[in-house]
Design a protein around this ligand. Structure first.
Ligand code: SF4
Length: 503
């Protein structure tokens, strides 16, 4: 009997950019008497079904994007006589779907750090229940990942989580609902221990895979200080102080280490925080810009973001403090018009963001947008469907038949949104613009590396996601495989087995 952990994916690139952290956290959550779990990440290569035997326990983690492939994997494992357990955001939201369509014996809802072990025990002693409530556990119970099980030569970046949860409530995002709005911050020592483990193995680039690395803004502190009761103020100050402590400790790690995280734009108003990030070598951050217009920001409940000239100035502020921005933009918002696409790429270029992603608005389960859209669709007499599957269950439609745009737009057709979005990727990632942005790094070798990585990013995330024709998909996949090898060499370093956790 063996335990399997599987990250399902329809596409495999041979190499991947970032380690899927959950696989190795659940490996740590697997009771040791069952031995080391067999870990399969299908973003590297597809599962070999013969590796699963009757009586094995198979854990499959799904988000909405890979749920369909996850269900195929679950059915396959069940047909081979294995116990099938699902977890992840999508299974948390739709446990019955995993049971009905994915062959699940059980589903773990919420955090799996403790509940996964209980589910395994349940399967093996015949007392399994349909749902294990993992809930939102306290941060001191978050487990360190089993990085010793990681294949050494397949990933460019490792990932470590420092905080779960986000206090915001953006309408297109489910994180604040699934992970909660109260930041759950891990202790500095355990985070450092994990990072040191990874540097010992030769990883010098680490993604701090947090929902929001800046959970307390200056405005939050200001508001809390105006209350008569200062209890909340002290709580927020403690969270902030711990962020600074973490960054001070990161700064003591070997000088070749680099970190990347996810942050809200408000951090640009906090020079002390940005300087601490810079010293800690947190050299880049994904910033959710979403829209360049005031109307667009209202559409997504992100009134705390800026637009127009102020937005450019704020984004440049990150660069001034030595932090590169990966700007994330959404197209297809109700207020978008044809000119919004050009305005967005112009702003991204002017603000000098180092990387950018342009996604099309998709109503994902667990979000405010989805709830509104689903309600509207169910009220319609002839609700839209593809091959009998209602579009409100779009993740169940086979990839090739899945619509790219779901909500009818007041001014633009679905094809127009898709084509214009593709056009924005083309412009932003044209060789001319990439070469200009490559000034961000110094040597010629690094500039060439920057070009390769930009092209890889574009192939992995733009062409395979937005394109409708299968020839373009296949070409992108081939290109990404080709580029991934030389890119990986730029990121890894000589292992440092003797490295100690800095005091
Ligand atoms: S999009 Fe970002 S800022 Fe908004 S709720 Fe989600 S994690 Fe928080």
């Amino acid at each position: 009997m063996r335990i399997h952990l599987i990250n399902p994916s329809h596409v495999s690139f041979g190499l991947a950019v970032i380690t899927p952290r959950w696989l190795y956290v659940l490996a740590a959550a697997t009771p040791s008497r069952f031995g080391d779990p067999v870990v399969t990440d299908e973003t590297l290569e597809q599962l070999d079904p013969s590796s699963i035997e009757a009586g094995d326990v198979v854990g499959i983690g799904i988000h909405t994007g890979n749920a369909l492939r996850g269900y195929e994997v679950g059915q396959l494992a069940r047909a081979r006589g294995a116990w099938v357990v699902y977890g992840g955001i999508h299974a948390t939201l739709y446990p019955d779907e995993a049971i009905d369509l994915g062959g699940a014996h059980a589903v773990v809802k919420g955090d799996g750090d403790i509940a996964w072990g209980e589910a395994i025990e349940g399967c093996l002693n015949g007392s399994t229940t349909k749902v294990y409530e993992g809930g939102k556990i306290d941060p001191d119970r978050f487990l360190k990942a089993r990085w010793d099980l990681l294949p050494r030569d397949r990933y460019m970046w490792a990932s470590v989580q420092t905080v779960r949860g986000c206090p915001k409530h953006c309408s297109f995002c489910s994180v604040w609902r699934t992970d909660g709005q109260e930041p759950r911050q891990r202790g500095v020592d355990v985070v450092l221990e994990e990072i040191v483990d990874l540097r010992r193995l030769g990883f010098r680039f680490i993604a701090l895979a947090d929902d929001n690395f800046y959970p307390v803004t200056l405005e939050d502190l200001e508001q809390a200080s105006r209350r008569a009761d200062h209890h909340r103020l002290h709580e927020l100050q403690a969270i902030r102080a711990e962020r600074f402590e973490l960054m001070a400790r990161l700064a003591k790690l070997p000088g070749d280490m680099n970190f990347f995280t996810q942050i809200t734009m408000e951090a640009a108003e906090d020079p002390e925080f940005l300087d601490a990030m810079h010293k800690a070598r947190i050299k880049g951050a994904l910033v959710g810009i979403e829209s360049v217009t005031a109307e667009g920001l209202k559409d997504v409940y992100k009134g705390f973001n800026l637009h127009g000239r102020e937005l450019v100035a704020r984004l440049q502020q990150f660069k001034r403090h030595g932090i590169h921005v990966l700007g994330s933009f959404i197209f297809g918002l109700p207020s978008d018009r044809a000119e919004t696409f050009d305005a967005t790429v112009a702003l991204a270029l002017e603000a000098d963001v180092t990387f950018a992603q342009f996604v099309m608005l998709t109503p994902f389960p667990g979000t405010v947008d989805f709830a509104k859209w689903e309600l509207g669709e169910t009220k319609k007499k002839n609700a839209e469907a593809v091959d009998g599957i209602p579009i409100t269950r779009h993740w169940l439609i086979p990839q090739a038949r899945r619509p790219k745009v779901y909500t009818p737009h007041p001014a633009l057709s679905a094809d127009e949104i898709r084509e214009r979005t593709q056009g924005v990727w083309d412009q932003f990632y044209s060789l001319r613009h990439i070469w200009r942005r490559s000034r961000a790094v110094k040597s010629l070798k690094n500039r060439i590396g920057f070009v390769l990585c930009s092209k890889l990013y574009r192939q992995m995330y733009a062409n395979t996601g937005i394109a409708t024709d299968s020839a373009r998909h296949a070409k992108s996949e081939r290109m990404a495989r080709l580029l991934a090898k030389p890119c990986r060499r730029l990121f890894v370093a000589k292992p440092m087995p003797e490295l100690q956790v800095p005091a």
